[in-house]
Design a protein around this ligand. Structure first.
Ligand code: COA
Length: 532
């Protein structure tokens, strides 16, 4: 079999594994859970979302594999983190949708649920999107209260964000269709406008059992804080609906008079690439450490397969490990910074990337980082040439660039290259992985080598040098650990990416993500002190 066919078959198989995991994530509890919902008069949460968004449009669901293998006390997996988040159009406007899935432990908040909720709010705030909450949650997952309740990034932050986003003019609309108890009740009361569904929704600071204990009063949930109580008596909610379907229509009506979004860039005519997306499966080597022809990859995602490369001739062999230039995605001009070859970043490549980031910032062109780099070049020659300071300049440019930034990981993603190529800590508007992504502080091989040398030294100092078998065993254990933790499933489960994209989906998702990221006007460039 030739190499390209081998690559294609390999990546298709890998993406089948993704499909299997996603299937598990979106059908928690299987048919039994769906029929339980039906008996309650409820639909599965994604059905509600499909009714909410404009007919014939797509829901761009984020972080679907969040929550797998979390190893919480008593709970190993929290499918989809118990909450569905994503972006869809309502009356033509991109809107963030955050919806509890009551099939997963009554939609309660585990640490990963919270992280996913807060990440969705962070995207909404950064991009200037209104938010719709479909609330159906038992509140904090009580056995883990210390990990979800009191901290800065814990339960209260959801409501803090709602208040601050609404102060910025971003509508926060809640449709309550289930329990909202104690702190959870604020998802209704903090909303700009709230819809409650009769007999399904209730909100109160203390539920009936707590009320009984505290005051002796015996009362049903409906009479304590149901839809009728809050829309007729307390005024804590604004619209009374009899069914979920009616509630969804009401949310659409509430948002029907929002000003129409526009994007802040000149959009050219949309043109498909000349190279089909299927090529990507053949271009990218099955072995992650192998050299990548990133120009071929770029041609498969760019309009007309056109890439206007900047400084192509600069520093042959050393400047080329990053390629820079402009492409259009569905007509949107985008500045590209892409790892090439094996992706090791030399001084010349770091300088070129920094220059390009600054240039795009002045031109107000959003940036796409295509990450496939195991790190900056090490060794005395590189250090003496200033890889530290030039790498730091690149990190400074990435940190300060005010334009929208998106990271797409298609290979190794290690060490400081994760910083310079706009990893999670550098606040990309969206961070997408693929099945080829490997994100860890260093490669398994390097980490195992470093740790083994330390262990050998310690054991020798104790007068008990390691045997060959012990060395091999130690090395293998470390390699396995790093391989597992760098994998996109492990990272996706922990929300270190916003979605694992299939190669065939990349262009569609980039198009949506850049469009959404350009709704807010781009600010003026301002960089701190470069070292140069
Ligand atoms: N913490 C931990 N687990 C919870 C929970 C919570 N707050 N709320 C529900 N669960 C668990 C249940 O134990 C059950 O687990 P199981 O499937 O392993 O048996 C699962 O979630 C489903 O709960 P269940 O009560 O069967 O679902 P329901 O649809 O009949 O009722 C609620 C949902 C939310 C009305 C109900 O579970 C409830 O009142 N929960 C407590 C709410 C509360 O007081 N929260 C305060 C937190 S701030």
């Amino acid at each position: 079999m030739d190499e390209r066919t081998n690559n294609r078959l390999f990546w298709q198989k890998e993406e089948e594994k993704l499909d299997e995991l996603v299937k598990k994530a979106v059908w928690p509890g299987g048919e039994k859970a769906v029929s339980r919902l039906k008996k309650q008069g409820k639909r599965p949460v994604r059905e509600l979302i499909n009714l909410l968004i404009d007919p014939g449009t797509e829901f761009y669901e984020l972080s679907r594999i969040a929550g797998f293998g979390m190893n919480y006390p008593d709970v190993e997996d929290v499918p989809c983190a118990g909450i569905v988040t994503g972006i869809g159009k309502i009356h033509g406007n991109w809107t963030m949708i955050i919806a509890n899935d009551s099939r997963v432990k009554a939609g309660t908040y585990f640490p990963i649920t919270l992280k996913k909720h807060l990440r969705a709010q962070a995207i909404a705030e950064k991009c200037g999107l209104n938010c719709v909450y479909i609330a159906d949650s038992g509140g904090a997952y009580l056995p883990m209260q210390a990990d979800v309740f009191p901290g800065e990034d814990h339960f209260g932050a959801m409501f803090y964000n709602m208040a601050r986003m609404s102060a910025k003019g971003l509508k926060q609309v809640t449709m309550s269709t289930g329990g909202n108890t104690a702190g959870g009740a604020y998802i209704v009361f903090m909303a700009c406008q709230a819809v409650m569904v009769e007999k399904l929704a209730y909100s109160f600071l203390g539920g009936p059992p707590l009320v009984k204990m505290a005051t002796g009063e015996e009362i049903t949930a409906e009479a304590l804080g149901g839809a009728d109580v809050h829309t007729r008596i307390s005024g804590g909610a604004d619209y009374f609906c009899k069914t979920q379907e009616e509630g969804i229509l009401k949310v659409r009506e509430i948002l029907s008079m929002e000003p129409v979004q526009r994007i802040h860039c000149h959009r050219f005519e949309k043109r498909p690439p000349k190279v089909p997306a299927e090529e990507i499966y053949e271009i990218l080597p099955a072995q992650v450490s192998r050299s990548v022809d990133v120009r071929a990859f770029i041609r498969a995602i760019a309009d007309d397969s056109e890439f206007i490369e900047y400084k192509r001739r600069f520093a042959p062999g050393r400047g080329e490990n990053i390629v820079t230039g402009k492409i259009r995605i569905d007509g949107i001009p985008v500045g590209v910074i892409a790892s090439n070859g094996v992706g090791i970043i030399f001084v010349e490549a770091a300088k070129k990337a920094t220059e390009w980031i600054v240039r795009c910032s002045y031109e107000k062109i959003p940036l796409l980082f295509i990450q496939n780099s195991p790190g900056y070049m090490v060794g005395s020659e590189s250090e003496h040439m200033g890889i530290g300071k030039y790498g730091a300049d690149m990190v400074r440019a990435v940190s300060c660039a005010q334009v929208p930034k998106i990271q797409l990981v298609i290979g190794p993603d290690h060490g400081a290259a994760n910083y310079g190529m706009c990893g999670r800590a550098y606040r990309p508007n969206f961070l997408f992985a693929t099945m080829r992504a490997r994100t860890s502080v260093m490669s398994g091989k390097s980490a195992a080598g470093v740790l083994l040398s330390i262990e050998k030294r310690k054991r020798a100092a104790k007068g008990k040098p390691m045997t060959k078998e012990e060395e091999d065993g130690f090395y293998k254990k470390m390699m396995d650990k790093y391989d597992r933790e760098a994998h996109p499933f492990y990272c996706g489960a922990r929300l270190l990416n916003d979605r694992i994209l299939k190669f065939s989906e990349i262009r569609k998702w980039l198009s949506m993500a850049f469009e959404v990221s350009l709704i807010k006007p781009i600010g003026e460039p301002s960089f701190g002190n470069f070292r140069f």
